[in-house]
Design a protein around this ligand. Structure first.
Ligand code: ATP
Length: 225
């Protein structure tokens, strides 16, 4: 059987426990052989202001994972010029590992913007989509979204399951939602709040060590006029 590889993309500015739990929950639910977390070198949809340098986001991610079995950081997006589009990452992975079955992991909120991603309809040609959606509300939102976007090519194939003509699937996985985001972490960091249990301990320590530099990068900016 071909190895089943989970791919979790995102900004990770910084990585927090919600990201790592997402990788672990998906690996277990889908019987993945491994998950690679791929930070965006140049996120197309997020401002460069307030973004930690790629090398630092990668190092924090590696610290977060430590020797965790089955989940690894992947720095492949650093090697590509221009904005880090997911479609190019999946194309490159499919080329590099032709035998692997790719499962792209994302939160349901992000799925609902898929039509705005560069070649969003192509992601489902390259990989199965594994979408974290916990409650009925999230499931209904995904069902309505896919029904309203026929160009994405997914037809209902069962509860929480859609399929494309190619046979690639989109599956909603019941991942307990930890209501944490990197923006929330940055906000609490700026205020000097206690970050315990929001971040893996090694990441929390590293953020504390780098505090003056991070405060400079993450400083609050006046809203643009
Ligand atoms: P920001 O607040 O800066 O937008 P974020 O943590 O929401 O950051 P990313 O770092 O880009 O966003 O997230 C990477 C992936 O992890 C996305 O698919 C996102 O939906 C998912 N994700 C983020 N936070 C959680 C969480 N708490 N639980 C489950 N999935 C999450």
């Amino acid at each position: 059987m071909s190895p089943r590889l989970g791919v979790l993309g995102g900004t990770f500015n910084p990585v927090h426990v919600g990201h790592v739990r997402l990788a672990l929950e998906m690996a277990e639910a889908l019987g993945l052989d491994g998950v690679e977390i791929v930070p965006a070198a140049r996120p197309p949809h997020k401002p460069e202001e307030g973004l930690l340098p790629f090398e630092l986001r990668l190092r924090l991610l590696e610290m977060a994972l430590g020797d965790l079995e089955g989940v690894r950081a992947n720095s492949m997006e650093a090697g590509r010029p221009g904005p880090s589009y997911t479609v190019h990452t999946l194309e490159e992975l499919a080329r590099r590992r032709p035998g692997d079955e790719l499962h792209f992991i994302l939160g349901s909120g992000d799925l609902l913007t898929l039509h705005q991603w560069r070649d969003g309809h192509r992601l489902g040609d390259l990989a199965h989509l594994a979408v974290a959606g916990r409650d009925r509300h999230g499931r209904d939102a995904v069902a309505d979204y896919l029904a309203s976007r026929p160009e994405l090519g997914y037809a209902p194939a069962g509860p929480g399951l859609w399929e494309r003509a190619s046979g690639r699937r989109l599956v909603l996985v019941d991942v307990p939602r930890l209501d944490i985001s990197a923006s929330f972490v940055r906000d609490r960091f700026r205020r000097g709040s206690n970050l315990r249990f929001l971040l893996p301990p090694a990441v929390e320590r590293e953020l504390a060590r780098l505090r003056p530099r991070l405060l400079e990068i993450w400083r609050e900016r006046a809203p643009s006029p």
